[in-house]
Design a protein around this ligand. Structure first.
Ligand code: DGJ
Length: 733
């Protein structure tokens, strides 16, 4: 029973194993947020639970009082569960709409609730799920605006066995006239003080998700995307962390959005130091026309609270994403070790070259050969052919099916690259359908990587893509696809939407994209699907409902990757992070690292190669064979175990990751030196998650250590050589 309703006090207590999310109904009208944090076992009268200041700040200086309440409170003093604009709450709202008379005021008051077992799907949108109704309970709160007829369902789910609370909204136009939604966020919580850092994951192409912390200050601090994708620049995932928070202690609130388009995640701190944390579709340039009888669903917001630091929060997100967001055949099984030809050949390949690369890969133990960009149309560089998804016979005279057969004969699976959301101006598709891209009539069409974006807000465009891809998938033995997306949106408009729906284009695009992905996933359940957006430019929870994994970054350098994968690991599990060994000097930063260090970084993801193994020395080639054997033996420890970030590249000159297997019997420690220094000081590496009274044997050296020594005294290492690494496999005795 994770959701308890105290009828007398009108209090809902959503409980997970260690946390509670408590909502009160203020004066029987207004849902307010009482608590999110450590589990509360009983409920009390609102006044005995809340000291948010509304007793003291009933009428905040220069704030208006709502006469809809007996005690005429200032709404801006209340921790509102569903803050709307217009009646005296001056903080960032989660709801803002315009009505037929031009007004923008909403008074949404409580009408009732429902509690039931399970977790419903969100129509047309990705979301976390349950496999049986006994895994979670859902609370729906019903609100209504008497004047406009607008109704709102706030839907929360509390999981029984994981510290996760999810939330989404449905807005229903039950009135008699059109409603224009201008802002409908997915959720907010309130904290009574501002003693937190905002932790966010910002970056750029090839420098994704670097961790950034900033102290809260009065006003608004947020990250957002207006690019039509969650983007390389900011990620929807944010945390509020108490000032003392470390990997193992302190309060950490994680909030993420299951959405891949424009978002805003942020905080508003008011003058009394109270904090509102929120996330949702970015309201900027968003509008949605809700005709009479229509409804609108928001994406899902996923919250995790940890009372003991970042590590516990990350573990909860890792397990949730791996087991209750990812779906399909590959969710529970280890995936093939792949070799992708992109950095080996770029556009310059033919069948013979690919088959030769595949032969060497097969010899090394690789299981899947992926043919990247350049196999279709006249695609010899990035100026042409996106949209022309027919094979280039000059490069591949036997077609895709012929190449797949040859690859299969070598004992490898075959995978293929696509960029199905794009269209090149130089393409047959563009000649036939110049209005199929996002554009605004009369305006020039800005280019990104020389390409335009197909208008996925249109059903006909989405249907065309579904059929085109289905045809290719059905006619060759394709067992993996890489779905790329290499530019962000501009001149966002659709040729077929009426003027009063143009501002819906970006969100309609996402709904179209999700429909395409859902249909293909259902039609071809055996295909392993990897997402990509110039690396990790759309690495978000929305994507993992469809994609088994995502290419983490176009930067394949082993040192850069430590930062990118460490930052990514705060919110996302290793088993969704595509990670490859590439050639040296590295193509992005020209750094040379040894092949084992490159592999060790890549083990902590979905492992693969991105180079021609035929160009390696025989020693390196032997190492590759060993790496694949090693990875296949231990991949489940990297993917299903608990990951501990023992040392962070953002804070130290060393990165240390530890993985403890699900059964706690195997422990893998990876130690990476970043910049070598002569007479380097010793690093103390204290392991975590072991059993104090057990002994552990190092598989490589045979040396035995006690759990309590490893955790409390630790290992000592020096860092005197650039970019070196070490791996330890400890087995519980
Ligand atoms: C960007 C991707 O991130 C790369 O891995 C590669 O697939 C190229 N696109 C191909 O154009």
């Amino acid at each position: 029973m994770p959701i308890i309703y105290d009828e007398k006090n009108k209090i809902f207590n959503l409980q997970t194993p260690n946390t509670s999310y408590v909502i009160g109904i203020y004066e029987n009208k207004l849902p307010i947020h009482i608590h999110y944090g450590k589990r509360i076992n009983k409920t009390y009268n609102i006044d005995d639970m809340v000291d948010f200041g509304f007793r003291y700040y009933r009428g905040e200086g220069f704030s208006v009082r709502s006469v809809d309440f007996d005690d005429a409170i200032s709404l801006t003093a209340l921790p509102l569960e569903f803050p709307t604009y217009g009646s005296g709450d001056y903080r960032t709202p989660v709801f803002h709409a315009q009505y037929e008379d031009g007004s923008t005021i909403s008074k949404l008051y409580y009408e009732g609730y429902n509690i039931y077992d399970g977790k419903p799907k969100i129509d047309g949108l990705p979301a976390t799920y349950v496999e049986s109704d006994s895994e979670a309970q859902t609370l729906e709160l019903y609100l209504k605006d008497e004047l406009t007829g607008v109704k709102v369902v706030i839907r929360y789910t509390a999981y029984n066995d994981r510290d996760v609370i999810t939330r989404s909204h449905t807005i229903i136009n039950d009135g008699n006239s059109v409603v224009k939604l201008k802002n409908v966020m997915s959720g907010c919580i309130h904290l009574p003080d501002m003693d937190y850092d905002l932790v966010q994951f910002s970056g750029q192409w090839a420098r994704e998700r670097h961790i950034e912390k900033s102290p809260l200050s009065h006003g608004k601090q947020s990250v957002e995307s207006l690019r039509g994708a969650s983007s390389h620049i900011f990620n929807p995932f944010v945390c509020l962390a108490s000032k003392n928070a470390t990997e193992d202690c302190g309060d950490v609130y994680g909030m993420n959005l299951v959405y891949s388009g424009n978002f805003e995640s942020g905080v508003y701190v008011d003058t009394h130091n109270r904090t509102r944390l929120y996330t949702g579709i970015n309201p900027f340039d968003f509008e949605w026309k809700l005709d009479k009888g229509e409804c609108f669903n928001t994406p899902e917001c996923v919250m995790v609270y940890s009372d003991s630091g970042f590590s516990k929060m990350s573990h909860t997100y890792h397990k949730l994403i791996s087991n209750r967001l990812c779906r399909g055949k590959y969710r529970d099984i280890e995936r093939p070790v792949l070799l992708n030809n992109w950095e080996a050949t770029y556009f310059n390949f033919d069948e013979e070259k690919i088959v030769n690369i595949a032969k060497k890969a097969a010899e090394a133990g690789v299981e899947l050969l992926v043919l990247d960009d350049g196999w279709f149309g006249e695609r010899n560089d990035d100026h042409t052919s996106l949209g022309d998804w027919f094979v280039n016979k000059e490069k591949l005279p036997n077609g895709i099916s012929g190449l797949a057969e040859k690859i299969n004969k070598l004992g490898l699976k075959f995978g293929l690259w696509f960029e199905p959301e794009m269209i090149s101006e130089v393409s047959k598709l563009y000649d036939e359908h110049p209005d199929w891209c996002l554009h605004v009539e009369g305006r020039s069409r800005s280019l990104g990587r020389n390409q335009l974006i197909l208008d996925y807000s249109r059903d006909d465009v989405c249907d065309y893509i579904i059929e085109t891809l289905s045809d290719i998938f059905a006619n060759a033995n394709i067992e993996y696809i890489k779905w790329d997306m290499n530019r962000n949106m501009s001149e966002i408009g659709s040729a077929i939407l009426p003027a009063d729906r143009q501002r819906e284009t970006a969100h309609r695009y996402m709904l179209g994209l999700y429909r395409v992905l859902e249909t293909l996933k259902a039609r071809f359940p055996h295909i392993l699907m990897e997402g990509c957006s110039g690396g990790g430019g759309r690495f978000d929870m929305g994507m993992f409902y469809y994609f088994d994994q995502f290419w983490t970054s176009d930067d394949t350098d082993a040192v850069e990757r430590q930062f990118i994968q460490a930052g990514t690991s705060y919110g996302y599990p290793t088993n969704v992070m595509g990670a490859h060994v590439s050639a040296v000097p590295n193509h992005q930063v020209h750094r040379t690292t040894d092949i084992d260090t490159r592999a060790r970084v890549a083990y902590s993801g979905q492992f693969g190669y991105e180079l021609d193994l035929g160009l390696l020395s025989s020693e390196e080639f032997e190492s590759v064979k060993e790496q694949i054997k090693f990875y296949k033996k231990y991949s489940s420890v990297f993917h299903k175990g608990d990951m501990y970030r023992i040392k962070s590249p953002f804070e130290d000159n060393m990165t240390v990751w530890e993985f403890v297997s699900e059964d706690k019997n195997t422990v893998i420690v990876e130690i990476f030196v970043i910049k070598g220094a002569p007479s380097s000081p010793k690093f103390v590496i204290k392991l975590k998650g072991l059993e104090e009274n057990c002994m552990y044997r190092d598989e490589l050296t045979g040396r035995e250590y006690s759990g309590e020594v490893l955790m409390n005294i630790g290992l000592r290492r020096i860092g005197n050589r650039d970019y070196t690494s070490e791996i330890m496999i400890l087995k519980k005795i």
